[in-house]
Design a protein around this ligand. Structure first.
Ligand code: SAM
Length: 288
């Protein structure tokens, strides 16, 4: 029997194709994406693999039910490549980029309800500050939230970027990234509940894998990587009682073996060929 693989973040189906080339004939791949345009494109891109591939629209937090429904449970491999695809970032109409003027949207799934416009124009300043601080890791979150609220209504990505530019004194602008990068990251994570998705997705992957099966994650920023690292750490321990406790009462048993003790980073060669890969971190764990 060939391998059963699940790509939870199909995007432009680059990884899915690579996996299918290795597991067919005989193997099968389930591809998932919450963005309907990625799903449509992947169906076409992967058509030559015929019945070996099943593509579905959905969120990977629902992976458990989808894998059972489509006959992909238990699986040998579950892959997550978190974040946005280049297609999403580069399309101004999606509203992800501060570089081009677009609507304040930022939904990965245009069918979902919450948009960036709702957050910046309707949330109270304390909520906005928390989003920018917790999801954007933005030191100036308080001042930016004040500037956003004072400039309402904000209509475009340019309006949001300009509110950030006005809020942060020029001498404090970061050197290596655009001044609005952290704000856009924070709002985008909130719009798509990205961290909640990752937590639920990892748990679903664990229950979907067969013993000896592996999950692989590619993270692009520290918030994503921290969630994966901590999930792998907890799930690879036989006991998670506080260290000062003399006797174990938690009854926790390890369910994962960590394969990559340290995250794998792209080589200089790969970064030169694909600069967007520069912050990628790959982690792999095997179900016990
Ligand atoms: C970095 S791209 C993946 C690129 C892909 N590995 C490739 O080879 O082209 C991430 C994709 O995951 C999707 N995505 C992000 N969060 C998701 C979630 N919670 N559920 C399903 N798809 C998600 C995005 O819509 C995007 O298309």
């Amino acid at each position: 029997m060939g391998a059963v693989a699940i790509d939870c973040t199909l995007g432009q189906a680059g990884h899915a194709r690579q996996i299918l080339e290795r597991i067919t004939p005989g193997g099968r791949l389930l591809g998932i994406d919450r963005d309907p345009s990625a799903v449509d494109a992947a169906r076409k891109t992967l058509a030559s693999f015929g019945d070996s591939v099943t593509v579905v629209h959905g969120r990977f937090s629902e992976l458990g039910a989808m894998a059972i429904d489509k006959g992909f449970s238990p699986a040998d491999l579950v892959l997550f490549d978190f974040g946005l695809s280049s297609n999403q970032v580069d399309d101004p109409k999606r509203g992800f980029s501060f570089r081009a003027e677009g609507p304040l949207d930022m939904r990965m799934d245009p069918g979902s309800k919450l948009t960036a416009a709702t957050i910046v124009n309707e949330y109270d300043p304390v909520q906005i500050e928390r989003i920018l601080r917790d999801y954007g890791e933005e030191r100036w979150s308080h001042r930016i939230a004040e500037f956003i609220v004072a400039r309402r209504p904000l209509r475009t990505t340019r309006d949001l970027a300009q509110a950030v530019e006005a809020a942060i004194p020029r001498r404090a602008w970061p050197r290596d990234i655009h001044v609005a990068t952290r704000t856009f990251q924070g709002v985008r994570i909130a719009v798509n509940d990205e961290l909640g998705e990752i937590e639920a997705g990892l748990r679903a992957a664990l229950s979907t894998l067969k013993p000896g099966g592996r999950m692989a994650t590619i993270s692009f920023h520290s918030l994503e990587d921290r969630l994966v690292k901590s999930f792998f750490n907890v799930e690879s321990k036989d006991c998670i009682c506080p260290p000062q406790q003399p006797v174990c009462t938690c009854g926790h048993r390890a369910t994962l073996r960590i394969v990559t003790r340290h995250p794998v980073r792209p080589s200089d060669h790969e970064v030169a060929a694909n600069p967007r890969a520069r912050s990628a971190r790959l982690r792999v764990a095997e179900k016990i």
